[in-house]
Design a protein around this ligand. Sequence first.
Ligand code: ATP
Length: 617
Amino acid sequence: MAKKTRSFARWQLPVALLALLLVRPIVGFLFTGTDAEYSYSEFKTLVQNSAVQEVVIMTDRIEGTLHEGGSFYTVRVNDPGLLPILEEYNVNVRGRNPNPLFAWLFPLAVMIGFSFWMMRRIRGTDGGMGAGLFSFSKSKARMSEGEHSGVTFEDIGGAREAITDLQEITDFLKDPEHFQRLGGKMPKGVLLVGPPGTGKTLLAKATAGEAKVPFFSLSGAEFVEMFVGVGASRVRDLFGQAKKKVPAIIFIDEIDAIGGKRGSVAGLPTNDEREQTLNQLLAEMDGFQPTTGLILIAATNRPEVLDTALLRPGRFDRQVVVGLPDLTGRHEIYKIHTENITLAPDVDLENLSRITPGFSGADVANVINEAALLASREGKDAVSAADFDSAIERVVAGSERRTRAMNEREKKVVAAHESGHALTAALLPNVDPVHKVSIIPRGNALGYTWQRPVEDRYLMGQGELEERLIVLLGGRAAEKIVFSEVSTGAADDLARATELARRMISEYGMSEKLGPVRLAADTRTQYLGVSGHLDSSISTTTAALVEGETSRLVSDALKKAMELLNSHISSLETLMQRLCEEETVSGERIKAILENEKAPNKESSSLKVVSFTTGVE
Ligand code: ATP
């Protein structure tokens, strides 16, 4: 629906501008009623030929009618001899001052009307709740009656602890008196914190659905508009609307968009509009009693940036963590989202849950949708395990891009690179096993090695992280061995390896030289995982040491990857060949290649054993 409005506006704008440009001439034409344009000399000739019946002389033009019918106009020039000629040829002469109403007021009115119309379109207040010419200060809250939203806690997989916390709110909204009989007070606000796509919005909706109360929802970003003061008035309006419908729930998604720390940017001016909006929100929260039956639920995945004033008692004093679902949670989400999908008998939802650790509820929903689309595209009657496999691959690595043509040399380089990743992953005991390796471009990558985890992991040892580094450097190591030179293809691997190595040193205290200290700045957000830089308070000597240790870890990993691949050089060659011929090789076949490997002997392989010579490139 929104899409339709957008495409409508896209063609409307140029058309409307064009219309505006035409308004003046069109209006001029309508109100003057002329149709033929003559030069001044032509006009005079016509008069002298007794063809002109009447003229109207205006400030800058002369309009007239002809004896034989039809009208004309010409430009008025300063010609004192005109009047005597007109009198001589019996032309009826009239004079007229331009009518200000038609000449200017009308186009002006059209322009003003058009500007307001544009403003309404741009601000999207055309239609919907409280729409009107001046309604952009009104909140655009979407209201849905709890009874009809249809969402309940049954629709949520996992998130048991969060549901228990929110259950209390629904109990209160259903029967406030019972809840307060011992003098307890309900919280005014509940803050749902957790990574994106974990179902925070769904939980808030389900809370309203369970309590059968109206649900007003607005995203933090929707408060802040280009005009100062609009955000604050939207907050006022939102609370005003909700108070009329108590008991009710107000849900503010992405509250960090307005609730960030005030005046926190050292020495720099802060965003006044955002601050005003936040102040208004705080004032509104203080202005009602929980007994009124209005509960505010907000969601964020950046709790660390929120202003402390929002979190103090009497405001969002209850925080509910909505984490990524565990194995059981994912299994429940798979079950909920496949309820209306025809599954083939080979689909094992528990196995699917096992191979997708780290997936959020939204990722799982996306996988199921992709699988169903794939199956229907192929005209199947049911969604099979193979469709799920392709869908997971698509969600993890992006869509295949078979149209991206690679020349033979590039194909070989990619095959060597991916074989390096795949073989190191298959040879090392503590990394996720290889599911498949492919040189079909996907997303932005020219090829990819898909390692599939077997279980959820919450803790990793130093040895495991070092093995991860070796796999990341496996691609570059293989390129060095096969071609004796390196390509640009490892840029992303190097970035990820460097980040991991730096975190091992600055966050996990895994360097003997630097000891068990934290050296990273606190810029990493808890749920979005943006990697941190070094703390600005550490000395340049320590920073140099961190860089030195990072580079040592990455170089060591490259060295180990090269040693590992050199000792399995015939498998490297076989896997490369297979990839060049077949484009995709499964994890089982990689295992078989390694099991049938010929003894490392120089004759059996055309590849030379290349030893590690330089540091990190
Ligand atoms: P964001 O932080 O990005 O706003 P969110 O945490 O609010 O995300 P939702 O918008 O609630 O996440 O989830 C997106 C979709 O993912 C939901 O509509 C639902 O289909 C699915 N989903 C997410 N979590 C769950 C869950 N626990 N159970 C069932 N479905 C879920």
